[in-house]
Design a protein around this ligand. Structure first.
Ligand SMILES: [Zn+2]
Length: 345
C-alpha cells in the first residue's frame, strides 16, 4: 500500500468539476492585461496582487469573497484576454494532472466593453481547445446564471447554454450570493435547460441552509450540487441526495474562507464519505482560494486521515460525476481507475 504523500497526490489523475474561470487567473497575467488595457489595479506588483486577491485566512462572508472578482473581471472584457485566461487555466490544471475539468463562468459579466455573448463563449472555448491540443486534459464549460441578477437574464444564459450544447458547453449553473436570492426565482431558466436535455448544477447549501439545496433539487432539478455543505442539517434530504446519487461538488478551503464552516476539521466531508454520498473534491477558485486540486486532496487526506482506498474513491467519484455522454464517461473513468490502481491502491 502506498504512503500518501503530496508528491504522490500530484501524480494522480484528477478531475476539477467546480472551478470558476474568473477566480482562477495567474496574478502575472492580470497585471499584464491591466497594463495593456489601462485598467485600475490596487497594486501592479505581481506578488502583492497575488496576496491581495487570495483570501488570507477568512473573509466575513461569501459576499466579501465575491468582491475580489471585480478586479479579475475588469481585465476579462475582450476576446484575447478571455482566450488567454481560459488557456492558462487549463494549462495550470493539466500540469497538476487534472485530466478532466469543467470550467464555469457567466458570460454576462464580460460584456462591459460591448462583446456579444457568443463572442465571449467562443473565446473561452477557443482557449480551452488550444490547451487540449497542447496538454493531456479534456475540458467542458458550464455557463452560470447569477442569483442576484434578474431571472430573465438567467433564462437568456440558459438559452445560450442550449445553443452551445454539443459544442463545448456541458451544463448550466446558478452562482453568486445565496442569501436573499432563492434558486426558485430562476426556475424558468432551469426548465429551459432541462427541457433541452442540458445538465444542471447549482451552488446551494454554501451560504444558506438545506432549504436552498431542497430548492435546487426539487424546483430546479439539479443533477449535481455545488458545495452542499449544509446538507448535513437535514437528514431526510441527505438520504434523498444519497439515494439518487446526486454528486456534491465540495470545495474545502473555499468553505473555510467564506465561513461556510468554522474550520476544515468541522467540515461534513468525512461524514458524507462515511455515509457513502457521492462527494467530489474541487478547487472553486485557484487564485482567490489559493489552492489546486493536489492541495484540496492533500488537505482532505491529512485532515480526515484518508486511506488510499478512500482517496481513490473520492477521485473516482469525480470521474463518475462528469457531465459527459455515458460512453465517454466510462472511457475516462476506466482509464483513471487503471492509473490509480498502479499508483495508489
Ligand atoms: Zn463556486
Amino acid at each position: 500500500m502506498a504512503e500518501i504523500t503530496r508528491e504522490l497526490i500530484a501524480k494522480l489523475p484528477k478531475t476539477d468539476l467546480h472551478i470558476h474561470l474568473d477566480g482562477s487567473l495567474r496574478p502575472a497575467t492580470i497585471v499584464e492585461l491591466a497594463k495593456k488595457h489601462n485598467a485600475y489595479l490596487p497594486t501592479y506588483d505581481v506578488a502583492e496582487l497575488g496576496e491581495y486577491l487570495t483570501v488570507q485566512g477568512k473573509v466575513d462572508n461569501l459576499e466579501r469573497y465575491l468582491e475580489k472578482f471585480d478586479i479579475t473581471l475588469s481585465v476579462m472584457q475582450d476576446v484575447e484576454s478571455l482566450r488567454r485566461t481560459a488557456f492558462e487555466l487549463a494549462e495550470d490544471a493539466a500540469k497538476d494532472n487534472v485530466r478532466y475539468m469543467e470550467v464555469r463562468y457567466s458570460p454576462i459579466l464580460h460584456q462591459k466593453a460591448g462583446l456579444e455573448l457568443e463572442e465571449i463563449v467562443d473565446a473561452v472555448l477557443a482557449g480551452l481547445r488550444e490547451a487540449e491540443d497542447h496538454f493531456n486534459i479534456r475540458t467542458g464549460v458550464i455557463i452560470c446564471g447569477i442569483r442576484s441578477i434578474n431571472p430573465q437574464t438567467s433564462l437568456l444564459l440558459a438559452e445560450l447554454a442550449v445553443k452551445y450544447k454539443g459544442k463545448g458547453v456541458v451544463a448550466f449553473d446558478l452562482a453568486g450570493a445565496e442569501y436573499n436570492f432563492p434558486a426558485k426565482d430562476h426556475v424558468k431558466a432551469f426548465y429551459q435547460a432541462r427541457n433541452n436535455n442540458i445538465n444542471t448544477t447549482l451552488h446551494a447549501g454554501e451560504a444558506f441552509g438545506p432549504a436552498s439545496i431542497h430548492q435546487a433539487i426539487h424546483y430546479c432539478g439539479a443533477h449535481r450540487i455545488g458545495h452542499g455543505t449544509r446538507l448535513i442539517e437535514d437528514d431526510d434530504l441527505l438520504n434523498y441526495v444519497r439515494d439518487h446519487r446526486i454528486p456534491l461538488e465540495i470545495c474545502l478551503l473555499s468553505n473555510v474562507q467564506t465561513q461556510s464552516v468554522p474550520s476544515i476539521e468541522s467540515h461534513p466531508f468525512k461524514t458524507y464519505l462515511d455515509k457513502q454520498l457521492r462527494i467530489t473534491l474541487n478547487t472553486d477558485n485557484t487564485l482567490i482560494s489559493g489552492t489546486t486540486m493536489t492541495n484540496e486532496l492533500d488537505l482532505a487526506t491529512q485532515t480526515f486521515d484518508l486511506s488510499p482506498e478512500q482517496l481513490c474513491k473520492v477521485i473516482l467519484n469525480g470521474f463518475k460525476s462528469v457531465f459527459l455522454p455515458f460512453d465517454e464517461k466510462v472511457e475516462i473513468y476506466q482509464k483513471a481507475k487503471a492509473e490509480l490502481k498502479q499508483l495508489l491502491v
